[in-house]
Design a protein around this ligand. Structure first.
Ligand code: ADP
Length: 336
């Protein structure tokens, strides 16, 4: 099998929150803990979970906006976590980001044409004619009329602004786009248009997406595979359809059960998610989900469950639903 486009190995991000008294160090916030996954060319991997579980931190780690505490981000076989700023520049061409808020992520003083050709002009000088041609081409790709070139962001709707954000991301012909809550700020009808646009672009251009979202309906619409996160860790990673048809981890099950149901006559049989997400500064021992889990057993309180393969190519971290002999044994199994 060929190497994946993106491979993430044991990615971890801890934030030190100031210093403590005298010689003692301050508390540590564990935003992302030992996360591994891969993304193939042209694939969409969604990362889903409740607010604060580390989704955006992963997006920022992938783009090297923040540096990991440890772990590796390998793009086309090169570990980008080790690159110097000058080397990183050329890698940025292959990986682009689309942000949540199309209002604050576009420079209000630039025209649409300037905004979307700006990334290319960071690498090469364009003539007026080339710039205009490129802008018109990018606008057509995202379904906007050419006359929008001279408009300013303030003259556009939310959906149009997000299309401009996508056009800007496409300018350098990336093989991977990291989208962080890219449709969360938009009305539901506009969300569907933008999601369909992203899916069309993927078909035409073979772009891979890492799509971060807290919204399960968005994930179900766009994802090929889904990584479900809880308190900095992946608890389940599965093909999208299989995950929604039959969630395995109790957290995934509860998350899907807690999502708004479009059909009011449907009776919920699954457990609802109760209680708050614990603090990543002082996470629960063992499985971080155990204080909220209806299936908790003693082992869950003391031992962090490893992410182990189960039938159907899924990975699940749960002592009850995917029991492993020992963490060490499960790791050997995965490696061999
Ligand atoms: P999500 O995107 O899932 O809502 P985030 O990745 O934004 O979660 O945050 C994960 C955790 O890391 C949260 O507890 C958040 O408060 C914390 N966090 C994020 N960025 C920083 C930072 N720069 N300094 C300290 N803590 C941070």
């Amino acid at each position: 099998m060929s190497d994946p486009l993106l491979k993430v190995e044991n990615l971890t991000k801890h934030y030190s929150l100031g210093t403590g008294f005298f010689w003692r160090t301050g508390p540590v916030l564990r935003a992302v803990e030992d996360v591994s996954f891969s993304v193939a060319a042209g694939e969409t991997l969604c990362i889903v979970g409740e607010s604060g579980c580390g989704k955006s931190t992963i997006a920022r780690l992938l783009m090297r906006i923040v540096k990991p505490t440890c772990g590796r981000v390998i793009v086309n076989g090169t570990d980008i976590t080790e690159l110097e700023a000058s080397e990183l520049r050329s890698w940025r061409r292959r990986m682009q980001m689309v942000f949540q808020d199309p209002y604050s992520s576009l420079n209000p003083r630039l025209t649409v044409g300037q905004i979307i050709t700006d990334p290319v002009e960071n690498f090469e000088r364009l003539s007026r004619k080339q710039r205009h041609g490129l802008a018109a081409d990018l606008l057509a790709k995202v379904g906007m009329r050419g006359e929008m070139i001279d408009r300013f962001p303030s003259e556009l709707s939310g959906g149009q602004r997000q299309r401009v954000g996508i056009a800007r991301a496409l300018a350098l012909q990336p093989s991977l786009i990291v989208a962080d809550e890219a449709v969360s700020a938009l009305d539901v009808s506009v969300q569907a248009q933008i999601l369909n646009l992203l899916m069309d672009l993927q078909q035409q251009l073979g772009i891979a997406f890492v799509f971060v979202s807290h919204d399960l309906s968005v994930v179900e619409h766009i994802g090929h595979r889904v990584a479900v996160m809880y308190l900095g860790r992946i608890v389940e990673l599965s093909a999208c359809e299989a995950l929604f048809a039959k969630p395995v981890h109790p957290y995934t099950e509860a998350l899907i059960a807690a999502a708004p149901v479009p059909d009011p006559t449907r009776v919920r049989s699954e457990p609802l998610l109760e209680g708050e997400v614990p603090s990543p500064i002082n996470p629960p021992s063992g499985c971080a989900f155990h204080p909220r889990c209806p299936h908790v057993v003693e082992r869950c309180r003391v031992e962090v469950p490893p992410l182990v393969p189960i039938a159907g190519g899924r990975l699940v971290a749960c002592h009850v639903r995917a029991p492993s002999l020992t963490p060490a044994a499960s790791i050997r199994e995965r490696v061999s």
